[in-house]
Design a protein around this ligand. Structure first.
Ligand code: MG
Length: 333
């Protein structure tokens, strides 16, 4: 079986072969094919948005996705949360010597397919190889470029008391899917990661863009940490309704077994939307019409306060949802 060699990263013949036989076979953008040091792109109409993210998920293949798909979804979703339409990706690979070339190709194919599926072009890339033991199989960094959508005026400074908090689907699927591969604990029903690019979902609700005030994809730290950031920045309280929080029964059961709260589990295909109160129900219905938003729910609202998050429990009590300290979930994305 063919494996990645140190020579694949040395800029010589092996490196050239890897680029030609693997990367250029799957990434077809003309600028990439020029093999220049920088891609030259046409000017876009409006402000540019740029974001970058590194992916170190372990294991690199998990139910519902892999590190290649994840590296597109994470960056595309960050551009959307920033109020931009995703356009381009630059992709950087750090490979461990000895990685199976078949595994690398599977990741590259998945990355290319995901980018194609959401209309984003891979226009630049880089590969480095480090000696065996100095990385764990492969890491990917993706930089995304998008065009700011001027219809979206988003930010913590825009949210107001009374605004609704909408979650686009179930919480915690990605966290449990990855942990299930690691712990060796087999749950009754296999949980699949929600890993998905959300540009189709967000643009499906474009008629409501003027009603949105804040977007964020609740990845690391989950809904709990993400909403604590918003509450603190906006200096408003957020009150969540436990009965409205969508969580798959199998995710709830697995989280209980592992001693984890679904509110803090990471997601890779979900968006939290803060919308004006009067439009919230319609936004939620519009989300549900898209396959990636079927389980969208209004999960709470903003209130005057000092920057805390509260959960009204199904039993009628209220408890604080603290900012998590030291989540035991390294390398989840
Ligand atoms: Mg994000």
């Amino acid at each position: 079986m063919k494996r990645v060699l140190l020579a694949h990263g040395d800029g010589g013949l092996y490196a050239a072969a890897l680029i030609k036989d693997l990367f250029l076979r799957h990434f077809r953008h003309a600028e990439l094919g020029r093999l220049s040091d920088a891609a030259l792109l046409s000017p876009v109409d409006g402000r540019l948005a740029v974001t970058t993210d590194s992916f170190v998920v372990q294991p690199p293949f998990f139910p519902g996705g892999d590190i290649g798909k994840l590296s597109v979804c994470g960056t595309v979703n960050d551009l959307l949360a920033g109020g931009a339409q995703p356009l381009y990706l630059a992709v950087s690979f750090i490979l461990e010597e000895g990685l199976l070339l078949d595994e690398l190709e599977a990741v590259v194919v998945s990355l290319a397919d995901t980018a194609r599926s959401c209309g984003v072009e891979v226009v630049a890339g880089d590969t480095k190889v480090v000696p065996r033991g100095q990385a764990d199989k492969l890491y990917i960094t993706t930089t995304g470029i998008g065009r700011a959508d001027e219809r979206l005026l988003l930010g913590a400074e825009h949210v107001r008391p009374g605004d609704a908090v909408i979650l686009s689907g179930t919480a915690g699927d990605h966290g449990i899917a990855v942990l299930s591969c690691r712990t060796g604990v087999s749950f009754q029903t296999q949980v699949v990661s929600d890993c998905a690019p959300l540009n189709g979902l967000i643009y499906a609700i474009s008629p409501y863009f003027s009603s949105l005030r804040w977007l964020r994809d609740p990845t690391r730290g989950g809904v709990g940490a993400t909403l604590n950031e918003l509450a603190e920045r906006a200096v408003l309280d957020i009150v969540l309704e436990e009965k409205s929080l969508p969580v798959r029964p199998e995710v709830r059961a697995a989280a209980e077994l592992l001693g984890l709260d679904p509110l803090y589990l990471p997601n890779e295909g979900k968006m939290i939307l803060v919308a004006k109160q009067e439009a919230a129900a319609e936004v939620c219905l519009a989300l549900r019409e898209h396959p990636l938003g079927r389980e969208a729910e209004i999960i709470g609202h903003l209130e005057r306060g000092t920057g805390s998050v509260w959960l009204r429990t199904v039993l009628g009590g209220t408890r604080g949802v603290e900012m998590p300290a030291g989540l035991p979930l390294p390398r989840i994305c």
